[in-house]
Design a protein around this ligand. Structure first.
Ligand SMILES: Nc1nc2c(ncn2[C@@H]2O[C@H](COP(=O)(O)OP(=O)(O)OP(=O)(O)O)[C@@H](O)[C@H]2O)c(=O)[nH]1
Length: 498
């Protein structure tokens, strides 16, 4: 028979639901500061939001929640001092972003208007009268939302990713965190681990009354569940690592002899004059990085010094060395070839292509200036010569930066490559999570599971290792886990008292 002292031992009270009503009312300019703009939004959250509205509008009228209203705003102590005419929106707690009363003031943009309104709100701070009002700290609105149980940490981090998203793929992946897809996933994993801890706890507490064979079966069963879960979590971590490329940008290096058209290619792809194009060979002498958006992917493209064998210029030589080095650590190298050169590829570049350091890089040969090739036969012949010179079959894409021929094909091929590199070619969205989450998954969750697998003959240690993994997931979402919860699961899902 299970002996526990009082059912409320199992009550699970998430520690974050402590409420924020005792905290100061906070306010902040939620649109970029110091800029001229059509509108600027000041957001206020806390118990005194309604008071602030009433004081600024010089009226005791109760605001209708969620109804936009055009109001004149005055300085609270200088009734004639009109500050602005503003759209005001009041949201009543708890159905708000922070869970507190929220007031939004949609002001006319510009330093003077926002400055005057912020000063007026500041003047309402009066501790003696019980009005604790202050400017918000960075992220404090989201912190309040978390403290009031509106979002878990993964959703909060999703909001940050969403705001930081620069491209379409980053936006989509941030949305999957923000929408709670990751939260659901983590909660499922955690509950699976807790279920299995519960089974082990039952053996620890009631093993003496249980047949050895039954105990062995339970342990085997737990082990097989945890092994399956480990594979799923590892797959998720692998996907995060591939998706990380979306946040940091896919690194492309352009390599090739001087005058092959590297700078022209950047300008053609970006449809902008980013790089200097000139007939003078050796115009680009250093590695120059530019961020681009190609097909919704963030790309960091690096224009490099043209590689030639006979350079005697020290600076140029340094530039060439840097170019070759850069190409070793990129995600994709585009090797530009000018069909009018003889040989097509300089000796030093051929050696670089064959070097072991460069073997793992993804490469495409871009045969530029095909407008200078007269017939399809000559084009085929040039492509054959390239493969003969380098001795391996790297894919070749013929283009002309001048006429635009082949650029669409190149772009399509690049996007397919980006999908593969970032693992976004399947139906599921990429996964962008914070570094914090990635670290906890590896250092706590996978670590705890591996410890469990190594201790499986020692039920107590095995159970503690799983507890470590579950606590790790609790850290990710911001939820605490206690032994009460484990006992709660034992109590509710096991008929231990037989
Ligand atoms: N006919 C033709 N000329 C091109 C094409 N692309 C580039 N050029 C010309 O080739 C010359 C060199 O182009 P760049 O883009 O500066 O070449 P680069 O590889 O960046 O040169 P470096 O900076 O010297 O390494 C310029 O005069 C371009 O106008 C093309 O597709 N066809």
């Amino acid at each position: 028979m299970l002996k526990v002292s009082g059912i409320n031992r199992f009550a699970h009270i998430p520690c974050r639901f402590i409420g924020t009503s005792c905290l100061p009312t906070i306010y902040a300019l939620s649109t970029p500061p110091g800029q001229r703009s059509a509108i600027a939004v000041v957001r206020i959250s806390g118990d005194h939001s309604k008071y602030i509205l009433q004081r600024l509008t010089n009226s005791n009228k109760e605001p209708t929640p969620r109804l936009a209203s055009l109001r004149k705003l005055y300085h609270p102590d200088q009734k004639e001092n009109l500050l602005d005419t503003s759209l005001t929106l009041f949201f009543e707690s708890p159905r708000t972003f922070t869970g507190e009363d929220i007031l939004e003031l949609h002001l006319h943009g510009g330093k003077a208007v926002t400055g005057a309104v912020l000063k007026a709100i500041e003047s309402l701070h009066d501790l003696k009268k019980g009005f604790n009002i202050r400017y918000a700290n960075p992220g404090e609105f989201s912190l309040r939302a978390f403290q009031n149980g509106k979002f878990d940490l993964t959703e909060i981090e999703g909001i940050k990713e969403l705001i930081d998203a620069e491209t379409e793929t980053q936006r989509k992946s941030a949305l999957s965190s923000f929408n709670g897809e990751n939260k659901l996933r983590f909660l499922q994993w955690r509950s699976q681990i807790v279920d299995n801890i519960a089974k082990l706890t039952a053996i620890i507490d009631f093993g003496e009354d249980t047949e050895i064979e039954d105990i062995e079966n339970i342990i085997m069963n737990v082990e097989s569940h945890i092994l399956e879960l480990r594979a799923v979590i590892q797959q998720f971590i692998n996907k995060i690592e591939r998706s990380n490329i979306l946040r940091n940008g896919i690194r492309i290096v352009l390599l090739g002899p001087p005058n092959a058209g590297k700078s022209s290619l950047i300008n053609t792809i970006s449809q902008d004059d980013i790089s200097i194009v000139s007939q003078t060979p050796g115009t680009t002498r250093d590695a120059v990085e530019t961020a681009l958006n190609i097909g919704g992917y963030k790309i960091i493209i690096c224009d490099t010094a043209g590689v030639r064998d006979d350079s005697s210029d020290v600076i140029e030589k340094m530039g060439i060395e840097k170019a070759l080095k850069k190409s070793e650590s990129c995600n994709l190298c585009l090797l530009l070839v000018d069909p009018n050169n003889m040989p097509l590829i300089p000796e030093s570049l051929k050696q670089h292509l064959a070097s072991p350091k460069f073997q793992n890089s993804d490469k495409i040969i871009v045969l530029n200036k095909i407008d200078t090739i007269s017939t399809p036969e000559d084009l085929n012949h040039t492509m054959l010569r390239i493969h003969q010179e380098i001795g391996e079959k790297i894919p070749i894409l013929p283009i002309s930066c001048l006429s635009g021929e082949g650029i669409d094909n190149l772009t399509t091929d690049l996007i397919t490559k980006f999908q593969l590199l970032s693992d976004t070619s399947d139906e599921s969205n990429p996964i962008i999570v914070s570094e914090r989450v990635r670290e906890i998954l590896t250092n706590d969750v996978i670590y705890g599971i591996d410890e469990f697998l190594s201790f499986k003959d020692d039920v107590v240690m095995a159970s503690e290792s799983l507890q470590h993994a579950a606590t790790g997931i609790g850290k990710i979402t911001g939820q605490a886990i206690g032994i009460e919860e484990v006992l709660g699961v034992v109590f509710s899902s096991f008929c231990v008292g037989k």
